[in-house]
Ligand binder design. Structure first.
Ligand SMILES: [Zn+2]
Length: 290
């Protein structure tokens, strides 16, 4: 009897140890879970108390799923106001141009976004390109997508009634055309300079067939009556000035008074009325609503 009792002792000790072990494990995990919960609550409470974060959340173009990006952008740029933080992040300025890129969603049709973050593939060519006649065209790239071309013609006809001449100087440009153009600029001015005024192949809006460079492709166009007329009327035909003077950081391009992008009448009016770029409009009104 005595011998058997002694043999049982290590087994009982082992069972006891296991029970203690399991109990400690559960207690520890409960603590951990509660700590995580408390930390989350503190974080949420801190956000609710922080007036700057509250200001960000109440901005007109605030996008809920961008909140973490707004906050880390704010950390890196503490001097920017909430409105600027919202617009910069919505326009992807917290990402690296030509590196953090994704394919353009061509299903967005007239509203598709092509810039230094969104690109068209080498084989993308619109299937409804038409050629503008010399009445409406003065350059070598005379093709545009049908609806956009029709609106250029209507716009040009309306301008003629006001004694203003409006002609397309450069419309659709293929991927390969852009390869040659960009290479030429890089050779002349270097890659860094070329990137400020010319798009890399695939990243050019001209490949959409929705763009018209109008009359003269240089800054003096700004001083013409045609430019003034376009400022007041382009949106009525579904066109926007794509690279405005005061939004160069948002679009990633120097001011181009001659470059007009077709987006359709409804979007063009809203972009005009709210003084937005296509980047800002697309993030809030298109992508955010999907
Ligand atoms: Zn252009």
């Amino acid at each position: 009897m005595k011998k058997r009792k002694i043999k049982k002792l290590p087994i009982i000790l082992l069972i006891l140890l296991i029970i203690i072990g399991i109990t400690i494990f559960f207690l520890f995990n409960k603590d951990k879970n509660e700590t995580i919960k408390t930390n989350k609550n503190i974080q949420t409470n801190e956000q609710e108390k922080d007036p700057l974060i509250q200001k960000i959340k109440t901005q007109k173009y605030y996008i809920e799923k961008n909140l973490d990006r707004y906050l880390s952008y704010l950390k890196n740029n503490p001097d920017l106001n909430p409105e600027k933080i919202i617009m910069d992040v919505n326009s992807n300025l917290d990402k690296t141009k030509y590196e953090d890129t994704e394919k353009t969603n061509i299903k967005d049709d007239n509203l598709m976004l092509v810039n230094k973050y969104y690109y068209l593939t080498e084989d993308y060519e619109p299937d409804d390109l038409v050629t503008l006649t010399s009445k409406y065209n003065s350059g070598v790239n005379s093709k545009m997508r049908k609806e956009a071309a029709e609106q250029v013609m209507e716009m040009s006809d309306a301008a003629t009634l006001d004694n203003i001449t409006i002609k397309n100087a450069s419309g659709y440009r293929s991927y390969q055309y852009q390869v040659n153009l960009y290479d030429k600029y890089v050779e002349r001015d270097g890659k860094k300079a070329a990137d400020t005024y010319s798009a890399r192949p695939g990243f050019s809006e001209h490949q959409t067939g929705l763009v018209s460079d109008i009359n003269q492709i240089d800054n003096s166009f700004e001083n013409t009556d045609a430019f003034k007329w376009l400022q007041n009327n382009a949106y009525k035909y579904g066109f926007i000035l794509r690279f405005p003077k005061d939004k160069e950081d948002i679009t990633g391009y120097q001011y181009e008074p001659w470059h007009y992008r077709y987006v359709g009448k409804k979007a063009a009016k809203q972009i005009h009325d709210e003084n937005l770029t296509l980047e800002e409009y697309y993030a809030y009104y298109i992508q955010n609503k999907k």
